[in-house]
Design a binder for this molecule. Structure first.
Ligand SMILES: *Cc1c(COP(=O)(O)O)cnc(C)c1O
Length: 414
């Protein structure tokens, strides 16, 4: 027991790092492949990948090589010089997507900021400066900058940080996206959506609904922005999630998995939109730096290898199948299994934070999300043995939780 003076002292002292995160009391000291090891050398099976970042696991030998080789050549050069790695990565991403051009950033929020600026600039350059508003969806997450929290419209993100930048119109995450048309006005510049909501609780948007949004954008002359910061780069077993559908966005933001753990993001677009971003209209000191480009090109090499995305699809099938079995076994704990590729969610009957905490004790790293969902975002390199191990741990976790759930009261007979 501490005395009251010590208690008081503790209360008054802020940690030297801002307390903005509710952190687990472990430190991941090192990792190898799908396994993480804490400071006491306890082993964890990683089904979180950071939060969908370490898509190729820890210390992938090719990534380590690419980074260390680049480290002995050049770390930084300003964007006032040509950066060969940018030209190479951009050309390769353009070949595999709708995009003709792109801007490299250091994070997801910066990629979304770039998308917002581009959408506004596009209409400005096309003599419609009144078109500056962007439609976004309940439960969305686009980052933590002022504009991106304003885009989310979520109380828990914006409270205390007002006034918010103007220009976002939040609508429901409709089952039927034709309803979005009601929110379109002569001021609308774009519709921005995550093809699979991540933080919102692994909520995929159907191909039909993406098609509806595309049609609305075409009809009203507005731009379609996909935020694939979390669902892009192979996470859903396509390079980008939109490639499950038959439509294309005008702008796409990606980050997280693109650097395999190195800070990197990108905002991709078409020639039509990109030509509005004239010299001097945007910039970043670190965006697209040589280190990030070396890693980014290497990540793409691996994702585009023959059979890589097929492997993701196969592992997804196996994991989903086992998760469905688990749900049938523990219906009082797991309500729904959802998601695509290796972006899967379990909608729970309990607080996801409790589930994640228990999982940690069992040596399994998971990530919580909104809508009572726990996320499974394993590295895309998992094998069947890792799925088996995860399921074994999940069974134990569910059994423990089930035992702790309040028992339904027996109905007394008269
Ligand atoms: C994580 C995330 C962001 C923000 O990325 P940061 O790198 O944290 O800025 C934006 N959009 C989505 C969909 C995300 O999952």
């Amino acid at each position: 027991m501490k005395n009251s003076r010590e208690d008081k002292k503790e209360e008054n002292i802020i940690s030297v790092v801002l307390p903005t995160y509710n952190r687990f009391d472990i430190e991941i000291d090192h990792g190898q492949g799908v396994y993480a090891y804490d400071q006491h050398d306890n082993e964890y099976l990683d089904f979180g990948s950071g939060i969908g970042v370490n898509n190729l696991g820890f210390c992938h030998p090719k990534l380590v090589k690419a980074l260390t080789e680049q480290a002995s050549k050049v770390w930084h050069t300003s964007n006032i010089y040509r950066i060969a790695g940018q030209e190479k990565l951009a050309k390769r991403l353009a070949e595999k997507t709708f995009a003709d051009t792109m801007f490299f950033t250091n994070s997801g929020a910066e990629a979304v900021e770039c998308a917002i600026k581009m959408a506004r600039k596009y209409h400005y350059e096309n003599n419609a400066p009144e078109r500056y508003r962007i439609i976004t969806f309940a439960g969305c997450f686009h980052g933590r900058t002022l504009a991106t929290i304003a885009a989310s419209g979520q109380e828990k993100l914006i409270k205390g940080f007002g006034p918010m930048p103007d220009g976002f119109d939040l609508v429901d995450f409709y089952r039927d996206m034709t309803k979005v048309e009601n929110a379109i006005s002569h001021k609308t510049a774009a519709i921005m959506i995550e093809p699979v909501q991540g933080e919102g609780g692994i909520r995929p948007v159907s191909s039909d609904n993406l098609q509806i949004l595309r049609n609305l954008c075409d009809k009203h002359g507005i731009l379609l922005i996909f935020d694939e910061v979390q669902c892009g780069m192979g996470r859903t077993d396509k390079l980008f999630a939109y490639q499950h559908s038959n439509i294309k966005p005008d702008i796409l933001c990606t980050a997280k998995g693109i650097g395999g753990g190195f800070p990197l993001g990108a905002c991709l677009t078409t020639e039509k939109v990109g030509r509005c971003m004239t010299t001097g209209s945007h910039g970043s000191t670190y965006g697209g730096n040589p280190m990030a480009m070396a890693v980014g090109n290497c990540v793409l090499d691996i994702i585009l290898e023959d059979g890589f995305l097929d492997h993701v699809e196969k592992m997804s099938y196996e994991l989903r199948k086992d998760l469905m079995t688990l749900r049938n076994k523990f219906p009082a704990v797991i309500k729904v299994v959802r998601g695509i590729g290796l972006m899967l969610g379990l909608k729970l009957s309990i607080e996801p934070a409790l589930f994640v905490k228990k999982a940690l004790k069992h040596g399994l790293l998971l990530v919580g999300a909104a809508d009572n969902t726990v996320r499974l975002l394993p590295p895309l390199i998992i094998e069947q043995v890792h799925i088996d191990e995860a399921i074994e741990k999940l069974e134990k976790i569910c059994a423990e939780i089930e035992a702790e759930l309040p028992k339904p009261q027996p109905i007394e007979e008269e």
